[in-house]
Design a binder for this molecule. Structure first.
Ligand SMILES: [Zn+2]
Length: 164
């Protein structure tokens, strides 16, 4: 009698399993410690967020219920860039605050392709709440700039959301 194919313990598939996604760190500068790297994507990915449980989480109001909105927490725009950050073990996510975006002409220019630009963000003052500024640095083009990773997917993983 033939066994069903699945009963012999062999896991036949027609494609390798999806690689477990890597977790990239979200970088945000501490006073006196700028962070940055080379931008991999073309543009900023912006999200409406709340500061909740000591972390930034996306506002989920479009789903009908948002814990942050229900708790009356203010909404904040946060921008993210996929970057190549050698000091961070290759890839990282750079957080761009609204203030940082405002401080940098290249980031405000929505027509501009940011890929390949070298960016640095830093705090202007000595407090961890002082304003963040962004600066594009002069940079000789890197010939072998890797493709960007999937920034949305990386953020989803950080926020522990599921694709819907
Ligand atoms: Zn909300």
């Amino acid at each position: 009698m033939d066994e069903p194919a699945s009963a012999n313990g062999i896991q036949w598939t027609n494609a390798p399993p999806a690689a477990p996604g890597r977790c990239y760190r979200i970088l945000s500068p501490r006073p006196g410690t700028p962070v940055g790297g080379v931008i991999l994507g073309r543009e900023i990915l912006g999200v409406i967020t709340h500061w909740m449980d000591s972390r930034t989480l996306p506002c989920m109001k479009v789903l009908g219920h948002c814990e942050g909105c229900s708790a009356g927490l203010p909404k904040r725009w946060k921008g993210y860039l996929a970057i190549l950050a050698p000091g961070e073990g290759r890839f990282a996510i750079l957080e761009i605050t609204e203030e940082a975006r405002r401080s940098c002409e290249a980031l405000r220019d929505q027509e501009r392709n940011l890929r390949g630009e070298r960016i640095m963000v830093f705090r202007r003052g000595t407090s961890k709440r002082s304003a963040v500024q962004a600066q594009i640095l002069p940079f000789a083009l890197q010939p072998n700039l890797p493709e960007s990773f999937d920034l949305k997917e990386a953020l989803h993983r950080i926020w522990r959301l599921h694709w819907t």
